[in-house]
Ligand binder design. Sequence first.
Ligand code: CA
Length: 317
Amino acid sequence: MITRFLSCLFTAVCATAAAQPIVIAHRGASGYLPEHTLPAKALAYAQGADFLEQDIVLSKDDVPVVLHDTQIDTVTDVATRFPDRKRADGRYYALDFTLDELKQLRATERFDAKTGEQIYAGRFPGGQSKFEIITLEEELQFIQGLNHSTGRNVGIYPEIKRPSWHREQGHDISAIVLPILRKYGYASKEHSCWLQCFEWLEVQRLRNELQWQGRLILLMGSSDKTPLAEVAGIADGIGPPIGSIFTGKSPAERTVTDLVSAAHKAGLKVHPYTLRIDDLPKSVGSVDELLDLLVNEAQIDGLFTDFPDVMVRWLAK
Ligand code: CA
């Protein structure tokens, strides 16, 4: 009798406890391999990430490619391969190159375009081995192929990059990306896909004008003041920087803000960015402390990380 009572109690407690936050591989396992390359995605998959992120920009011939920036001179050898193709601002843009040309470039670990220095010195050595720029379709086929061969169901987390800038340049990136997502079976909220964008106007356009019926995340900067009740009328969640989840410059002064609880009250999920073990916020002493703060104290629903293995191991403890 007592055993049965305890078992019922246990079931009830477990049912009410928050679900484990999802592990979102930020540009793949980018802490270990050049961001957005297929090897970085394969490693994140093998490390147990729940979702793999794709940042999306367009090529000159309107092919969606997986790159974080509209400029390509900080993650490829474009400046030496096509030295006369920079714009007046001195930068090289994916939108000025056909897919065939982008495929001729070597992708590499992120570096400063001015100094040539690698951004994270401890990460994969720049210029070594061979990596290429991947199209969105190549990556979706890759993830779905792995889902087939492993029996897992790892999801995708695509981001439409700078849609208003793309439109100013004469390219409607959202209208090009959505049919590809639908073609690969990502169309409703039951499918393993979160679509994300920083531009609130575009998030509304995706939902209303372009009729996206899948899950939708509004990414937010630290000073974003879009009312959460308004966001909840359109999107399913928000992606704020981790610095807006807590305040205080030292562990002693640190307090959790009301952002997560306010978002939850509005019915929104919260997936902050970004957990980097080689770039921790100054007010936390260790990665375990940061994860405890975000997951147990603030109760986030998911987290972007360059190091999926670290979060997977911590959650398993
Ligand atoms: Ca992103």
